[in-house]
Design a protein around this ligand. Structure first.
Ligand code: UGA
Length: 434
């Protein structure tokens, strides 16, 4: 079986590398010629632990190659994984134009039976539109099937998530497509769940929105903790011990960012509303999340009163640790608000600085990008923690204190023990605990 993976973003690259590692023959394709040239030389455009090695090893073995010729790639493939972007449109719904473009390309190049697999996150009922588009534009009477196989990988652990998944959801409507997909995932066959296509599409949105809701729920409880003597870390621990609740995704903090939760939540709200379903539960989830940055800044203001001309160190620019991705990162909102208040920013992140520089270019009077946490802390009036990178957790806080103008930490991810930090002489603010 020849597999084509269309799109070389996060999902496309990891899917291509993972399927090659499973032993398949894969062509990764993208219309961005320059990107394909770089990837073919082993220059991987994203930071994702283990991905470079996996891709290079499988390129060497001849199991995966890359091409910018989408026509030839489609013609050569039996199974086509669509891994193109479905970004947020103006009204919150997913912008499906790339999926439509790929469907037309497939139609033009349908030279035999093929299975078209939706890997990107798409609204329920998308398969109907892919089928209709291919039928409208195909030039031959060749047969095809559409299937849904949503991806559940997390940035930062994407390779491990792909190779060792909790579940493989396969939504199909023909035995032929089902058998081909089951064969592709033979190595993890025990985790396959077969459903119809609408169900598979909805499982993806439902999962992401549920996890987002779990995070907003614990953040709501953190707000309650702040008005009482309760401690959110202990509340989360106590709740999570119940196996029906589970301890994962109960970490209070600055809230969720990234390319998935915020977008998928809004898309599901739109899907529900269009279908006449009351989506208030998810609207509140979104609202709670967007309020996190404001609450956090209020704590900084409580400490410093006026922020104008204050030097603020910000550690952690990516939306979470182990990635250089800054999409929807809480740090962006904080930087914008702090600049609006006239603060002077000293920023540091182990991987995401270059991406953030494109959004907020270095400007020696207002924004300095530093090469270590300690450099960022130097002369700062307060230090903000926005992402829980391991190197922040392991910082030498004595050294940090000696460097800062005022020893004030506002911790948006609750990475320190309040008593320990205060013992060192810091004024310490965190979320949902005293
Ligand atoms: C998420 C899902 O976890 C994946 O299963 C899914 O495949 C992916 O979206 C996707 O749809 O492609 P990801 O966005 O990489 O993965 O990141 P997560 O680890 O889920 O974290 C999302 C955000 O939630 C981060 O900003 C993180 O800091 C925040 N978070 C997470 C919390 O604030 N508290 C928690 O307890 C957990």
């Amino acid at each position: 079986m020849k597999i084509a993976v269309l799109g070389t973003g996060y999902v496309g690259l990891v899917t291509g590398a993972g399927l090659a590692e499973f032993g398949h023959s894969v062509i990764g394709a993208d219309k961005m010629t320059e990107k394909i040239e770089k990837i073919s030389k082993g220059e991987i455009p994203i930071y994702e632990p283990g991905l470079d090695e996996l891709l290079r090893a499988n390129m060497k073995r001849g199991r995966i190659s890359f091409s910018s010729d989408l026509h030839k790639t489609i013609q050569a493939a039996d199974v086509i994984f669509a891994c193109v972007g479905t970004p947020q449109g103006d009204d919150g719904s997913a912008d499906m134009s790339q999926i439509e473009e790929v469907s037309r390309l497939i139609a033009e190049n349908l030279n035999g039976y093929k299975v078209i697999v939706e890997k990107s996150t798409v609204p329920v009922k998308t398969s109907h539109w892919i089928k209709r588009t291919i039928s409208l534009y195909k030039k031959s009477d060749q047969e095809f099937d559409v299937a849904s196989n949503p991806e559940f990988l997390r940035e930062g652990s994407a390779v491990a998530d792909f190779l060792n998944p909790d579940r493989i959801i396969i939504g199909v409507e023909s035995d032929r497509a089902r058998d081909m997909l089951v064969k592709i995932y033979d190595k993890v066959r025990d985790r396959i769940v077969i459903t119809n296509i609408d169900t598979a599409e909805l499982i993806k949105h439902a999962s992401n929105s549920f996890l987002a809701m779990k995070i907003s729920y614990i953040n709501l409880m953190a707000n309650l903790c702040e008005k009482t003597d309760a401690d959110i870390e202990q509340v989360a621990k106590g709740m999570g011990l119940d196996p029906r609740i589970g301890g994962l995704f109960l970490k209070a903090g600055l809230g969720f960012g990234g390319s998935c939760f915020p977008k998928d939540l809004k898309a599901l709200i739109k899907i529900g509303e269009d279908l006449g379903v009351d989506m208030n539960l998810l609207k509140e989830t979104d609202l709670i999340n967007s309020g996190r940055a404001r609450l956090f800044l209020d704590k900084l203001k409580k400490a410093l009163w006026i922020l104008k001309e204050k030097k603020i160190a910000i550690l952690g620019l990516s939306f979470k640790p182990e990635t250089d991705d800054i999409r929807e990162a809480p740090s962006i909102r904080l930087i914008r608000e702090l600049l609006g208040e006239g603060a002077i920013l000293r920023l540091y992140d182990p991987e995401a600085q270059n991406n953030m520089k494109e959004l907020f270019p270095e400007d020696k009077t207002r924004i300095t990008y530093c090469s270590t946490s300690y450099e960022a802390a130097a002369c700062a009036n307060a230090l903000l923690i926005c992402t829980e990178w391991k190197e922040f957790v392991e910082m030498d806080l004595r050294k940090v204190k000696a460097l800062m103008a005022n020893p004030i930490i506002v911790d948006g991810r609750n990475i320190f023990e309040p008593a320990d930090v205060r013992k060192l002489g810091f004024e310490y603010y965190s979320l949902g605990r005293k």
